[in-house]
Write a new protein. Structure first.
Lengths: 509, 427
């Protein structure tokens, strides 16, 4: 017990030093707000059946895929944009966007990473995501100390509407793991894609998912064969670069029986005065005894202090634990975007399947976040756990919205939910909207939520030891988020801690 | 969608004939009907009706409800020294009632106050209800204001001599009763209001309570256990500074019960507690919908709701704490728990927090599950028969809600009723 306590203290100490260093090092601006000046080929502005067909033909898709998209588009025309979230933003003009933007240098598909436009490679280099194999993620201190096995991360880099390159493809293939842009997978593995695409998030699921189904241009495809533990972490890095362009990526992950994969997702965008739309869909299929960890650090441009610009982030993410003992863990650190609308969900269909959701959401300045999860218990002995930490500062609004549903046949289901909110300043808001639906008596659901302010005693303690107020707040907040930060893979945990500090800059004093 | 909904209820609302009344009440009724028409009648598509089907509450006529054989339990609050007013199917029964003057408060009936051209009650009638329509529309409360045939109008200046007890009797199988109460507690006043009985086959009450600075309002209610009755209640409360508001409701059976409490804490340093204990088996649907707004500093609010469900019973809890900007040092607490005694029952909960002030302490908790097997085993291993052991654990589970009743004699009455119900219905 004593040893355990000590270990925990050490982790916290590490977190704290890191945070303070970051706060000191950063000058308080969005680090990834620069744009790459690159010649870009756009589809005509606006959305209609011709645009849908154009995207399909640019990707060289088979007829069935084009029809699938068109059906989604026709359905989308009949849907209304959802308004139930606690989000306020001006009407989005869906005709005033580009739905496809590709760097001109990507016209002739590069055969290997060596052929990729050096300007694109430099962009990812600058973002800290070098698209070279045998390289670890740059800028991550402490990663060198990790065992060599754990350091390799395969990256699929998506730039506006296209994937510019995927690392470690061959090495993964040796293990039987398929990791490639979904645009290629549709051509190379049509049977797999056709079997699973839309099976978790149907094309008619909701307004934004339906829009994505019609116009998604790229994204990542992952297949882990039965019994395979993916030999390295997989990662997709999304970058929006072009102006007035929406990004609509689609990720499909299939973990076959007894397999395991840890998947990381990161995203950034340049600073622009206008809002940009991002509507992604992530589908995860998990078969018997398989496990998927999905971690996101969402750092889209949040807009400036006055709320000008920023990404509108409307995302549908869902994991289907389709068979017995399947397991999924969503971890998200949401610091970016002007608007966040996102509810990564778990369908616990297989008996004894498990879903977990760990989330940190930080909303500062004029940001608005409405995010949470859904745990749908259908199978017997299914278990779920939700830990959500929401931090509001400036004039931001931060809402946790979640559903725990236990069906009559989900005997002996267990859910534990913990939602904590922290307010920094008297002009922001923190809200909790949980739905709990229990339809049998052998299940147990527990839900707890708290709202508090940064503790004055803790702040005083830090300040009396020479920290300025901002440092002290960052330190206290990192402590508040500890349970979620610890759930992240190491590379992401470091980045997330830095982000927590940066996102709160300017929120005090 | 909103348009289609308004159209759906429009025919029914257009056919509403307002009861004849004096000038002030006629004006208030007209305004209430206009509000109801503006909002339209609720349907299951409305966010706050997703767990409770309002169809039988919005229908033009009340569905029939068989009378429940009385006599197997003592009348509520029998041992309490109180002033009783009896309404049978919503109609005042003078012969069965006490002299209102004995309460030591200004007490009259709405039917009488409403005949006058002008009455102080107009400052509250429909006024607190209208305030409570934002942000969540409650059209059925407005409809009550348009249609109420009677009720009580109470004004308290000091401490009331005795509790005022409203007894609702159900005598006709198709009765449809609509009562509306106005209660004003002047600064420093103190009143206990007791309500009991099923009221009618379909029974709607709206109570508008104005609790001025330093005043205390205690409300204890037991909802009659006619199995087939349908009950819809609304309490709209406005609470001043250093005031106290405490409300407790015991519900046993009834095919449908929806209790709404809408409360605004407008003065500093006030306390507001709302609690409920509900038990049901069979075709029982019980819904507590509470909305507490903190608009002042250093106020405390508590919501404690416990439900015991069996045989296909459904329990619903929708509770919200809204802390407005500037309502610093708010202490908001909310707990909703249900005990599911078998596999057919359901608990549906939506405990919400909406907070715009940073120096606050707010929390909510919600749990649901079966009876604790370990505790049951413990009791049985000590020779307690299973039925009794289960009843004891149910009582222990509900105790936290009953503790919200300050008056020990009244709390004892409630405990006795609870035990009686468990003895008859459990096992």
């Amino acid at each position: 017990m004593a040893a355990l306590d000590k270990a925990e203290t050490e982790v916290r100490d590490g977190v704290d030093r890191e945070t303070i260093e970051t706060v000191n090092a950063m000058s308080g601006t969005y680090k990834y707000g620069w744009a790459t000046d690159i010649e870009t080929e756009f589809a005509p502005k606006g959305l209609n059946e011709d645009i849908v067909r154009l995207i399909s033909s640019k990707n060289g898709e088979p007829e069935w895929m084009t029809e699938w998209r068109l059906a989604a588009y026709r359905r989308w025309l009949q849907l209304e944009e959802p308004r139930w979230a606690m989000l306020h933003y001006p009407e989005i003009d869906y005709q005033d966007q580009y739905y496809y933007a590709k760097p001109k240098s990507m016209s002739g598909k590069p055969k290997s990473l060596d052929e990729v436009d050096p300007q694109l490679l430099a962009t990812y280099e600058k973002l800290g995501i070098p698209l070279k194999e045998q390289m670890i993620l740059a800028g991550v201190e402490g990663a060198e100390a990790a065992p060599a096995e754990g350091r390799k991360v395969a990256v699929d880099a998506v730039f506006d509407s296209v994937s510019v390159g995927t690392t470690f493809k061959e090495e993964l293939m040796k293990a039987g793991v398929i990791f490639m842009p979904i645009s290629e997978a549709i051509r190379e593995y049509p049977d797999l894609v056709r079997k699973y695409l839309g099976s978790v998030v149907p094309p008619s699921d909701n307004f934004f998912a339906t829009l994505n189904s019609a116009v998604f241009s790229d994204g990542s495809f992952v297949y882990i064969p039965p019994g395979v533990r993916c030999p390295m972490e997989l990662s997709t890095y999304f970058r929006i670069n072009a102006e007035n362009t929406g990004q609509f990526e689609r990720t499909l992950i299939i973990a076959d029986k007894g397999s395991y994969v840890s998947y990381l997702e990161g995203c950034t965008a340049p600073k622009r005065d206008t809002n940009q739309l991002h509507a992604a869909v992530v589908e995860i299929v998990i078969l018997e005894d398989a496990e998927v960890k999905y971690s996101t650090v969402q750092n889209w441009y949040p807009g400036d202090a006055e709320g000008k610009g920023g990404i509108y982030n409307f995302v549908t993410k869902r994991a289907d634990c389709r068979e017995a003992r399947a397991k999924v863990m969503w971890t998200q650190v949401e610091t970016g975007s002007a608007i966040t609308w996102k509810y990564p969900s778990c369908i616990l269909r297989g008996d004894d399947s498990q879903g977990e959701f760990y989330s940190i959401t930080i909303a500062n300045n004029a940001q608005q976040a409405d995010t949470g999860t859904k745990m749908i218990h259908l199978g017997k002995n299914t278990r779920s756990r939700i830990v959500s930490k929401g931090i509001s500062a400036g004039r931001a609004q931060n809402t946790y919205r979640g559903l725990v549903s236990v069906h009559p046949k989900a005997k002996n289901a267990l859910n534990y939910t913990q939602c904590d909110s922290l307010l920094i300043g008297d002009k922001c808001g923190a809200h909790t909207v949980p739905y709990i639906e229990v339809k049998n008596n052998s299940s147990r659901c527990e839900h707890e939520a708290t709202t508090s302010k940064v503790d004055d005693d803790q702040l005083f303690y830090c300040r009396s030891r020479g920290m300025d107020e901002e440092e002290a707040v960052a330190l206290v907040v990192n402590g508040f988020c500890k349970e979620v930060l610890q759930a992240l893979p190491m590379e992401f945990a470091m980045e997330a801690q830095n982000l927590v500090a940066i996102s709160l800059e300017g929120s005090v004093g | 969608m909103a348009q289609a909904k308004a159209k759906g209820g429009a025919e029914r609302l257009a056919a509403v004939a307002l009861p004849a009344s004096g000038a002030w009440l006629a004006a208030a009724r007209g305004a209430a009907l206009a509000r109801a028409q503006e909002m339209g009648l609720p349907t299951r598509r409305d966010e706050y009706w997703r767990y409770t089907d309002p169809t039988t509450l919005t229908a033009a006529t009340a569905p029939a409800a068989a009378l429940f054989a009385a006599g197997d339990e003592p009348a509520a609050f029998a041992a309490i020294d109180r002033v009783t007013l009896v309404f049978t199917d919503g109609v005042f029964d003078a012969a069965a009632s006490d002299d209102p003057a004995a309460a030591g408060v200004e007490l009259t009936r709405l039917a009488l106050a409403g005949q006058a051209d002008i009455h102080w009650a107009r400052e509250l009638y429909g006024v607190l209800e209208a305030r409570g329509q934002n942000p969540v529309p409650r059209p059925l409360a407005a409809l009550n204001g348009a249609l109420a045939t009677d009720g009580v109008v109470i004004r308290v200046t000091g401490k009331a001599a005795k509790p005022v007890s409203l007894v609702y009797r159900h005598a006709a199988t198709t009765s449809d009763a609509v009562l509306h109460h106005i209660i004003r507690l002047e600064p420093g006043a103190d009143l206990t209001l007791l309500e009991s009985g099923p009221g009618a086959a379909r029974f709607s009450t709206v109570t508008e309570v104005d609790v001025a600075d330093g005043a205390s309002f205690h409300h204890i209610r037991t909802q009659g256990r006619d199995h087939e009755r349908r009950t819809l209640t609304h309490i709209f409360a406005r609470i001043g500074a250093q005031a106290r508001f405490k409300s407790f409701t015991l519900t046993a059976n009834g095919v449908l019960t929806r209790n709404e409490v809408v409360m605004e804490l407008l003065g500093d340093d006030s306390v507001a507690h709302v609690a409920g204990a509900a038990m049901g088996d069979g075709g029982f649907h019980h819904d507590d919908t509470v909305f507490i707004t903190h608009a002042a500093e250093r106020c405390e609010s508590r919501q404690v709701f416990k439900k015991v469900l069996k045989g296909g019973a459904v329990g619903v809890f929708q509770g919200k704490i809204l802390v407005k900007q500037g309502a610093q040092k708010t202490d908001g607490y909310q707990i909703s728990q249900s005990l599911l005694l078998d596999d057919d029952s359901q608990f549906l909960a939506k405990p919400e927090l909406e907070i715009y002030a940073d120096d606050v302490k707010c929390s909510h908790g919600s749990t649901s599950g079966a009876i604790d097997e370990t505790a049951l085993f413990y009791l049985r291993s000590r020779g307690v028969p299973e039925r009794l052991a289960q009843a004891l654990l149910v009582q222990a589970f509900l105790a936290q809600a009953i503790e919200e009743i300050e008056d020990e004699a009244i709390a004892e009455d409630i405990r006795g009723r609870l035990e009686g119900w468990l003895a008859r219905r459990m096992g």
